[in-house]
Ligand binder design. Sequence first.
Ligand code: ZN
Ligand code: ZN
Length: 322
Amino acid sequence: MKAAVYRGPRHIKIEEVPEPEIKGRRVRVKFKAGSICGTDMHFYRGEWKLKKGRIIGHDAWGIREDTNERVVMAAVANCGHCYFCLRGLPSYCVRGKFYGLTRDGFFSESKAMLPRSLIPLPSTVSDEEAAIVEPVALAIRVLDYMKPNLGDWVTILGQGAIGLLMTQVALLKGCRVIAVDLEDYRLKLSEKYGADVLVNAKNEDVVKTIRKLTKIGSDLVIEAAGTKGTVEQTPLLVRKAGKVALVGESEGYLNLGDADQALFFTIYLSPVEYPSAVELIARKLVDVKGLITHRFKLGDFEKALETLDNPAEKPLKVIITQ
Ligand SMILES: [Zn+2]
Ligand SMILES: [Zn+2]
C-alpha cells in the first residue's frame, strides 16, 4: 500500500509499505481523507525532529472495514488507567502513543486501529469536512479550559487554520475577538466568521492597539501563530489575572513584569473533544469547509507539502484524499 513516509527534512515521500497487521481487537480503517497540520510542516521544515521511516499524519477519517462506518481516527492512543487518563488528560498518558509522531500516522491507504479510537461520523458531516476535526477539538479544549466570561476580550495571535477555529469557538462562547495576523486574506476570513476587531501586525503596533482598545489588557490571549516573537508578546497583552494559551509555540522569553497573577499554559492536542468537534461541524456551528484552500490526492503528497510551504499560494488547509 502507499503511505507518506518521513525520510528527513524536506524529504517526505510516497512509498510502498506493507499493509498493517490486524491483530487482537484492532480493525482495519481504509483511508478516505485527511488534512496536513502545522505539526507536519514543523517536521517537513526540519524544525521538529521525527524518526526516519515514520508514516506521518494525525488528522484523517476512513471507512471501518468490519462495519463499513465512516469514522474519524483520534490522534492519541491512551491506556485509560494511568494518573493522567484517570483525570481526563489522555494527551499526557504515560503510556500514550501519538499517531504521526511516536507511532505511524494516518497518511497511508489503510491503518489498524482500536475501535475506541474511532469516532463515528454522522451523514451531516461531508467527506471534506471530516478531514478537519483535530484542530476543532483543540480549539474546544483550549476555550473550555480558559472558561471565558460572556463579553471577555480574547486576543488571538495568528489567523491560520488553528487561529480561525479559535476565533469561531471563542465567538460561540460569547467572547469578543481581536484577530491578529500579518496577512489581510486571513483577516478577511476572521471578519467573515465574526471577529470584532482585526489587527494587521504589519501595519499596527499590536501591543499599543490592544492596550488602547481594552484599557486594562486582554482578558484572554491565545498564541496560534507559532513563533517566539508572538509568544513573547503575550505577557504584554494579557490583563492582570488573565489567561494565556500557548498553542503554536512554547519557546520564548516571557517578561512577566506587569502580568501579575496571569496564568500561562501550553497545549497541542486533545483527543477528548473529538465527539464535540464532530457535533459542532454537523450542526454548522463551526465552519471547516471555508478553511480548505487546496486539495491533493495521497499520491501527490509532495506537491501538497510544497504548496503549504509556499506563502504565495495563500494556503490555509490542504486536504489529502485517497
Ligand atoms: Zn495537528
Ligand atoms: Zn494513560
